[in-house]
Write a protein that binds this ligand. Structure first.
Ligand SMILES: *Cc1c(COP(=O)(O)O)cnc(C)c1O
Length: 370
């Protein structure tokens, strides 16, 4: 039986009557742009985070872009981030004419290594953009200390980490703001594209809301140059229903992850690191395969119908579009090594014990027959 990397059909089948009714209701209401369904979702999302504000936007990518715009990032400003992430993290910086400054990761967590930050700060540095990769919060305590000391803004890329905790604080509420994605592969997903920004800063929230709607403040009064970054009302309505299930789904992801940990203990792979004070929500369950065997294991799993995948095969400083930044190979060695060793396994909530056993057996079979 094939085991996909992700299967949303069961999740949606279970909620189908509720979602179908709600989508029809929105369609009949004629309230398609902002309005009641968006406000309802934003309030629910803010209260889920124990935060003052949540602003629904068109995607996770736009959440990042809009956050940097609202924080006043200008062409030539430098934003420190990780090269071991999805493209949009650095893409959003570069689209504003600002400069993504890639620093290396902590090889244990795959997250930005805070000890590398201060050496990268110049008079042009304006912000830090940590990514809570795979669902594990970056080390936000020291990152915020450095940000305060140097008067830098912090935008959390929490696209993969809704519901994660750092000490007793929700991801998205540690920096100036946090960005969420509801792309179908994320822990809370919609039926298309959507995202959100969470913040406790009243002024920032007001600016985000204004810029999301072209920078308009009052009828045809454009205070700033914004854009159309609005969340779709239908997606907001679907997300309101799905948010109620999120914690139950997250608990299942964690349960699957811990079961993988136990079964892969005596196999030559490194399982994900976890910490008492950081709650990992396992958007991906990512192992590290040493000794150059990653691609062979990936092929073995895929040949046996198991949807394992590499996130991410190329660190961003090696991408053609970032050639102009002139990073040399070897400049961020931990990121480069991670890209050759990581492998993500199916960990979605509805994964059955039998399916998981198949994944485990297939991995064991690979190492035993080597
Ligand atoms: C998914 C993702 C994004 C972008 O979100 P979209 O909703 O697809 O635009 C940004 N950063 C990270 C780390 C992501 O995983």
């Amino acid at each position: 039986m094939p085991v996909p990397l992700l299967d949303l059909s069961q999740q949606h089948d279970a909620l189908r009557p509720q979602i179908d009714d709600k989508v029809l209701e929105v369609m009949r209401s004629g309230k398609f742009i902002l309005g009641q369904y968006v406000e309802e979702f934003e309030q629910k999302l803010a209260s889920y985070h124990n935060a003052k504000h949540a602003i629904g936007v068109s995607s996770g990518t736009d959440a990042l872009l809009l956050s940097l715009m609202a924080l006043g990032i200008q062409p030539g400003d430098e934003v420190i981030t990780t090269p071991f992430t999805f493209f949009a993290t650095a893409g959003s910086i570069a689209r504003l004419g600002a400069v993504p400054v890639f620093i290396d990761i902590d090889p244990k967590t795959f997250n930005l290594e805070h000890q590398n930050i201060e050496a990268a700060i110049t008079h042009k540095t304006k912000a830090i953009m940590p990514v809570h990769l795979f669902g594990l919060p970056a080390n936000m305590g020291p990152i915020m200390d450095i940000a305060k000391k140097h008067n830098l803004k912090v935008v959390e890329d929490a696209a993969q980490s809704i519901g994660a905790l750092y000490t007793d604080k929700m991801a998205c509420t540690l920096g100036d703001c946090g960005c969420l994605s509801f792309y179908p592969s994320k822990n809370l997903s919609c039926m298309g594209d959507a995202g959100a920004i969470v913040t406790n800063d009243d002024d920032l929230a007001a600016k985000l809301r204004q810029l999301r709607n072209h920078g308009m403040d009052g009828e045809y009064k454009y205070i700033n140059i914004g854009g159309n970054f609005r969340i779709d009302a239908i997606q907001a309505a679907i997300l309101s229903i799905k948010l109620d299930q999120l914690d139950a789904w997250t608990n299942k992801r964690i349960m699957h992850a811990h079961r993988y940990n136990r079964h892969l203990e005596d196999i030559a792979v490194a399982t994900p690191h976890e910490y008492e004070y950081r709650k990992h929500v396992f958007n991906q369950y990512t192992i590290r395969v040493h000794g150059g065997a990653r691609d062979a294991l990936l092929n073995h799993l895929n040949a046996n119908g198991i949807g394992a995948r590499v996130y991410y095969p190329y660190p961003l400083h090696t991408e053609p579009c970032f050639e102009y930044l002139k990073y040399n190979p070897g400049s961020v060695p931990n990121s480069e090594q991670a890209a050759t060793e990581v492998l993500s396994l199916p960990v979605y909530p509805e994964l059955t014990r039998q399916q998981q056993d198949e994944v485990i057996a297939c991995i064991k079979d690979f190492f035993l027959s080597e």
